[in-house]
Design a protein. Structure first.
Length: 130
């Protein structure tokens, strides 16, 4: 194998050729690194899209969540409304549904409803409505 001369021992032509070889090697490494980074980013984006699509399909098979507004009638309570609108497949119990209704309507307590008050209630349907 040939010994490498120091830069000071090289003539102008050898030094230019040596520096050009170093520059080309650095450019190849940079292009390779950019290509690998691009492939990694693409792989991450495809993975994220796949997981998001899968998640959407899983939730869509459970039904679609909609909201309706109602006017509270005399004698209505959140418990009565929960029995009518809550779906056992999406809520563990009526208390979970009532807690969501209170959160949506900014109610401090489930007993804060009065006749004539407008409430927004969530419900689920199997069909997608446009």
């Amino acid at each position: 194998m040939r010994e490498q001369k120091s830069l000071y021992e090289m003539d102008d032509r050898e030094r230019r050729r040596y520096l050009r070889a170093i520059r080309l090697r650095r450019e190849r490494r940079r292009k390779c690194a950019v290509g690998l980074l691009g492939a990694f980013v693409t792989l991450c984006m495809v993975s994220i899209c796949f997981m998001s699509y899968r998640s959407i399909r899983i939730h869509a098979s459970d039904g679609f969540k909609y909201y309706t507004s109602i006017t509270v009638e005399t004698g209505d309570s959140l418990w009565n409304l929960a029995e009518e609108y809550a779906d056992e497949a999406h809520y563990e119990d009526l208390e979970g549904y009532i807690a969501e209704v209170c959160s949506i309507n900014h109610l401090a307590d489930a007993d804060d409803v009065a006749a004539g008050q407008m409430l927004i209630l969530p419900y689920y349907e199997a069909e997608y409505v446009r």
